[in-house]
Design a protein around this ligand. Structure first.
Ligand code: GAL
Length: 680
């Protein structure tokens, strides 16, 4: 299967819904003119168009879609074709109610909304295969078809009887015997022993919601079921159009906390798509955090997507201006659209695509930002901003096949661990802040412009010099073995508090803890003190005092040496940070100042500083490098509302201004971007 889209430029396009305008052909005419003007070279069509494609059962109408392909082809515009399973026609739900989802209390949803399908229903699966087959038969050979966009933002779950049966099958396959299952779930607790597989039921607030193993397995099952549904969708496409890659738009990074998408294990899912794509909606210009902070979180989300397959990915959706679903929907400030778009390219995106190319006239998203608003004008600020990005991407054409500079640092992120940790009735129940912890560790590297991969426990650790494994509460023997080997081979490891506590079945390691884990870090954690938000401890290290919040592991060193100690409470003076050869353990949640000092020293010692012929004066400026065989493309982005200077120490070409530069000082406008081509 191809792992990239067959195009010779960066893709600049977006979701387009001409199916809403079929009685206004003049609007569609004008759209295509405006696409040309804005440098839009791709349209993503058919996402929610099932009722226009199959108005009644077995009756198809592809005339309007033929027209879109023809119009696009005429002006060299590519088409990304979506399968329509994200929303279904009314007739289908009316005739086959089983296609609709059932909630955790066994209530079937009414027809409505979108993304409201049962992912097990044989009827729905068959209907999806049928429409997808017809789309592939009709459009599979069109020259301008470049990519399949499968469904839309898969998510959610179904608890119908068909899904329960599948869940029981899944459990049986996994646990083999009820005795084993009962042991793994610790079902003697509250008299919960299963005596038949048929007693298994998904978690529910009116049934079981406190069997931790069951909750975790349900998360895992939902991912597996969704992937299974996806595979059912793509089967006819793989058969009929083997050269057209498939993707599905992933989510994550939404405000206010820019969290990774929670409900599906994308690390597992990504193995099934040819190319990762995602919908990126950072809330630029918000009133609660600096642009710099949000930029680091958005950079992290992009690195998550890049790391899923360690290959370039696509931005499937972002907004050209504001969205309509934040509490406050602020416009991007001048410069921000280019800043945000090129940040994504800098991290390995091969596209900038929008939701939406043309604003709908009615319904819930009528006021969501669009390239072409209801004003139908090219004179709007937003249209000009979009056109500028179109021009940038055109000028960057030679960098299209570039790859991000290789990361030598990795942060481990694990879905099972996130679900388990959050569900553990322990520590701070309000919020364990696993993702936030990753964000803080990542930011220390972002400030230094050092590339970082966000890896799963399946990834090969051998290519990294430094691996960071924060809050790895649910640690398998297998992964601990990998970490041990990594350190034995000379890699440097940093683990943090609440680490190595339970196995993959959510059962605690007995005695002094998992042997392999203890050997890595050379210590035993005897207790964890959880602090109230207003309580603070200190860490004494590097001759300084740092603030400590939330969590303090009480550490009993075995072979580890003490590098930092607690400054307060009943464990004052005891180890807080230790080092066992090249395995560091940070036993408490520290402030960002500590992370900057700690990683700064570590990176210097390990020679990890990324060599860039540039010196910057502020962490509000970020530098990322994409490389071709003969050149480095340095993306220098100013994430602040003030001008910033950087010092260039070699000759370069300013790609966006199309001029040659000599070494010296360079000025960046507020939210300004420069891309320098430095030939090798
Ligand atoms: C996405 C979705 C789009 C549109 C957009 C609005 O999550 O895929 O269809 O709803 O949000 O921002």
């Amino acid at each position: 299967m191809p792992d990239k889209v067959n195009v010779d430029k960066f893709i600049h396009g977006g979701d387009y819904n001409p199916d809403q305008w079929l009685d206004h052909p003049e609007v569609i005419d004008r759209d295509f003119e405006l696409f040309k003007e804005a440098g839009i070279n791709s349209v993503t069509v058919g996402i929610f168009a099932w009722d226009k494609l199959e108005p009644s059962e077995g009756v198809y109408d592809f005339s309007w879609l033929d027209d879109v392909f023809d119009r696009a082809e005429k002006q060299g515009c590519k088409v990304i074709l979506s399968t329509p399973s994200g929303a279904r026609p009314r007739w289908m739900a009316e005739k086959y109610p089983e296609v609709l989802r059932v909630d955790e209390n066994g209530r079937r949803n009414l027809y409505g909304e979108r993304h409201n399908h049962c992912y097990t229903s044989p009827v729905y699966r068959q209907k999806v295969r049928e429409i997808n087959r017809r789309l592939a038969e009709r459009y599979g050979r069109r020259e301008n078809l470049i990519l399949w966009h499968i469904s839309n933002e898969y998510g959610g779950e179904c608890h119908c009887e068909l899904c329960q049966q599948e869940f029981r099958k899944w459990m049986k396959e996994k646990y083999k015997t009820l005795d084993n299952l009962n042991r793994c779930y610790w079902n003697e607790f509250w008299s919960h022993l299963y005596t038949s597989w048929d007693q298994i039921h998904s978690p529910s607030s009116s049934g079981d919601s406190n069997v931790l193993g069951l909750n975790l397995d349900w998360h895992r099952f939902v991912t597996d079921r969704t992937i299974d549904f996806f595979e059912n969708e793509v089967a006819p496409l793989r058969e009929l159009t083997p050269d057209i890659p498939v993707t599905t738009n992933f989510m994550g990074g939404n405000p206010p906390d820019s969290h990774v998408f929670y409900d599906l294990d994308y690390q597992k899912f990504a193995k099934h798509v040819d190319i990762v794509s995602w919908d990126s909606y950072p809330n630029w210009a918000n009133g609660y955090e600096t642009t710099e902070k949000l930029a680091a979180k958005t950079a992290l989300m992009n690195d998550v997507m890049h790391s899923l397959k360690h290959q370039n990915y696509l931005i499937m959706e972002n907004t050209p201006s504001q969205v309509n679903w934040h509490p406050v929907n602020r416009a991007k400030l001048p410069g921000m659209h280019e800043m945000g778009s090129l940040q994504e390219i800098a991290h390995g995106a091969d596209s900038v695509m929008y939701f939406q190319l043309h604003q709908s006239r009615g319904a819930s998203e009528m006021f969501h930002g669009a390239v072409i608003t209801s004003k139908m004008s090219s004179k709007t600020r937003v249209f000009r901003d979009v056109s500028r990005v179109g021009r940038d991407l055109e000028l960057l054409k030679d960098a299209k096949d570039s790859r991000c500079a290789e990361a030598r640092v990795a942060i481990v992120f694990d879905y099972d661990n996130m679900w388990a940790l959050d569900d553990a009735r322990a520590y701070s129940n309000q919020s364990k802040k696993y993702w936030e912890t990753i964000q803080h560790h990542y930011k220390a590297f972002w400030d230094m412009d050092i590339p970082v991969d966000i890896i799963s426990t399946d990834d090969d650790l051998g290519k990294y010099s430094l691996v960071i494994d924060p809050m790895h509460f649910m640690m398998t023997e297998k992964f601990a073995g990998k970490l041990k080997k990594f350190t034995e081979d000379g890699g440097t490891l940093v683990g943090t508090y609440i680490n190595g506590i339970v196995d993959e079945n959510f059962l605690t390691y007995l005695g002094q803890g998992m042997d392999t884990w203890r050997q890595i870090y050379g210590l035993e954690v005897t207790e964890t003190d959880t602090l109230y938000p207003e309580q603070k401890n200190n860490l004494e290290m590097f001759g300084k005092t740092y603030e400590v919040r939330d969590y303090c592991d009480l550490i009993e060193p075995e072979s580890a040496e003490v590098e930092g100690t607690y400054g307060d409470f009943f464990y004052k003076g005891t180890p807080a940070v230790t080092r066992n050869g090249n395995a560091w353990y940070i036993g408490c949640r520290t402030d960002d100042g500590f992370l900057a000092d700690f990683y700064g020293r570590l990176c210097r010692d390990l020679g990890l500083d990324f060599e860039i012929p540039l010196e910057k004066h502020s962490s509000k400026v970020s530098v990322r490098v994409r490389q071709t065989d003969d050149a480095d493309y340095c993306f220098i982005i100013n994430f602040s509302h003030e001008k910033q200077d950087v010092e260039l120490s070699c000759d370069a070409e300013d790609v966006l201004l199309q001029e040659e530069l000599n070494s010296g000082s360079l000025e960046l406008e507020p939210y300004g971007v420069k891309v320098l081509k430095i030939s090798r």
